[in-house]
Design a protein around this ligand. Sequence first.
Ligand code: HEC
Length: 120
Amino acid sequence: MRLFIFLLFTLFLLSSLEDESIGATSHSLKFGEHGEKKADLSIGKDVYERTCASCHNLGISGAIKINDKEAWKKHIHHGIDHMVESVIRGKGAMPARGGNPNLTDEEIEAAVHYIIKQAQ
Ligand code: HEC
């Protein structure tokens, strides 16, 4: 828990530094701003690595492994909305929002996009 708070704090510091930098070099990761597709995936990667990788990298507690394309195909078949919904609510051994209640729906959607991208 302490590590988590530390990480949040670090992120907060980093984002406030970014806001202060001037002009073209500062780029925001927020949605709806420049290069949405790219931002989407970089947020997704970030969220995935911070919250989801602990289970999905190695397939802990029956989680589908990130690189198990065949297994993901079945889920992708049900549609991304369904996948996002399952993560938000939690499913089986997966806690709601992957165990991080601070994640927004958009961040979860971005992480699911990232997973789908890796499974293609
Ligand atoms: C505590 C381990 C754990 C964490 C952390 C975790 N997952 Fe999962 N995830 C699982 C397990 C286990 C399943 C399989 C659930 C089942 O079908 O019973 C699963 C299933 C899924 C599915 C398929 C759901 C469906 O119905 O199609 C998606 C998508 C997914 N996880 C995404 C994520 C994302 C995104 C995160 C991070 C925000 C995340 N998971 C964090 C364990 C985890």
